[in-house]
Design a protein around this ligand. Sequence first.
Ligand code: FE2
Ligand code: FE2
Length: 202
Amino acid sequence: MLGLHYRTPRAWARQVLSDPPQFLLDHYFCELKAAAMARRTLRIHGKRRPGLKPLLNALADEELEHAAQVERLIKEKYPWPKAPKGGNAYAQGLRRLASLEGHGSFLDMLLVCSLIEARSAERFRLLADELRGQALGGFYEDLYASEVNHYTLFVRLGVDFFGEEQALRRLEELRIGEANLIRGLPALPRMHYGCADFETAE
Ligand SMILES: [Fe+2]
Ligand SMILES: [Fe+2]
C-alpha cells in the first residue's frame, strides 16, 4: 500500500525500543520537522496555489499535536535526553536526491514529503505490532493511520498539480533512491535510520 522499495525488518522495532529516550527524542524532532516542512511548502508555493492552505495548515497542526504527545511521553518518564550530534542523514540524503536545496521543484517537494510519511507509517506499524496490547502500541497504531493519510495527501497533491503520469513516474524514481538511502544508513535509535543484522534477524 505504501509502495516502498525497502521493507524495514521487524528487528528494527526491537532495536529502537531498546533506547526509548533517544528514540522518542528523534521522533519528537521528526514531528516538529514535518510541521515546519508543511509551513515552508505553504510559504513558498501557497500564493500560487491557494487550495494548499487549509490542507497543509491542518497537516502542520496535526504534526504539532503529535510532537506534543511525544514530548509528554518523554517528560512523564525520562530526564530530557541530549540531542545527538550531527544532522539527519536521511533528510539530507532525500534533499540531495530530490535537489531540494533552494526552492527546488514543487513536485519533488511534495513527493519527498510523501516518502517520509510513508516510511514513518511503515515504521509506526512495526512499533504498533511490537507493542500490541500496551498503551504505547495503541499510540503508534494511531500515528500509523495518521501518517498513511498524510502519505496519501501528498501523492494526491502531486497528481492533482502535475498529472498522474508525471507524478507517479517521478515518485517511482524517488522511491528507488529512498530505498537505497535508508538501506545504507547506520543502525541508530532513530525513526529513519537503518537496522543492524537484518539478514539474520527476521
Ligand atoms: Fe506525525
Ligand atoms: Fe505526518
